[in-house]
Design a protein around this ligand. Structure first.
Ligand code: ADP
Ligand code: ADP
Length: 220
């Protein structure tokens, strides 16, 4: 589903070069749930951003669902991202002056023209994460775990085949973190391919496979 071959990422600023990823070869199969672990600065976010087509590698190739993307233009990348990928971040990234329902509808603005259909899909996504009783709330009226559930609803509302989650439980206590993991596991059982960055060994153990990075190199 996601295939990286010989991926290298070098960040260049005026005087410094950082090798953030060094010759990564990774094949995430359809239906897999994998964890990425490693110390701070080892390249986890860079790897996730490259898988999510948010950043380009300096070397190497990326395939998403069989399509090699290096020749794609920005517009085609944005389209592919919108069709195939859902993102979840540690700090939720909700828009504070939009209601829960309006936040969840955002990804559909680019692809579903009917307001009624957007509303129905958003309601369905919120039901999946157990938040149908909070649709009219605003983010500041929610607990951290609830905010992350809204963010998950927003990530899945377009029914992406791939979910990329960057420390989705990093800002949550263990009870809420486990609730979020349960939701992700359910989405995976329903067919989503999931890549999750985590610092939590117990959570990584509940996924199918662990990829460990050290200093930009895959060590497991
Ligand atoms: P992690 O997510 O594992 O903490 P990152 O992928 O954020 O690691 O970063 C990997 C390395 O690349 C780090 O050494 C970091 O300082 C460097 N880095 C990340 N983003 C940039 C950037 N935009 N410019 C320069 N260096 C960066
Ligand atoms: P937690 O203890 O899980 O962090 P909170 O105590 O923040 O949760 O909230 C408990 C419940 O009250 C939540 O379901 C939340 O949706 C609701 N809530 C919290 N703040 C507000 C508010 N300002 N307006 C309306 N509902 C709120």
């Amino acid at each position: 589903m996601i295939k990286l071959q010989n991926v290298e990422k070098v960040y260049r600023t005026s005087s410094i070069e950082t090798l953030a990823l060094n010759n990564i070869n990774l094949n995430v199969k359809k239906g897999e749930f994998i964890s990425i672990m490693g110390p701070s600065g080892c390249g986890k976010s860079t790897l996730l951003n490259i898988m999510g087509l948010l950043d380009e590698p300096s070397q190497g190739t990326i395939e998403i669902d069989g399509s090699r993307v290096e020749s794609y233009r920005d517009k085609e990348l944005a389209h592919l991202r919108n069709q195939k990928l859902g993102f979840i971040f540690q700090s939720f990234h909700l828009i504070n002056d939009l209601s829960v329902l309006d936040n969840v509808e955002i990804p559909l603005l680019y692809r579903t023209s009917s307001a009624k259909q957007r509303r129905e899909l958003a309601q369905e996504a919120l039901e999946k994460v157990g938040l149908s009783n909070r649709m009219k709330h605003f983010p500041k009226q929610l607990s951290g775990g609830q905010k992350q559930r809204v963010a998950i609803a927003r990530a899945i509302v377009g029914r992406p085949e791939i979910i990329l989650a960057d420390e989705p439980t990093g800002n949550l206590d263990s009870v809420m973190g486990n609730e979020i993991l349960s939701i992700l596991k359910k989405l995976n059982e329903d067919g989503a391919t999931i890549v999750m960055v985590t610092h939590d060994d117990a959570m990584a153990k509940q996924t199918h496979r662990l990829v460990r990075l050290f200093d930009g190199t895959q060590v497991q």
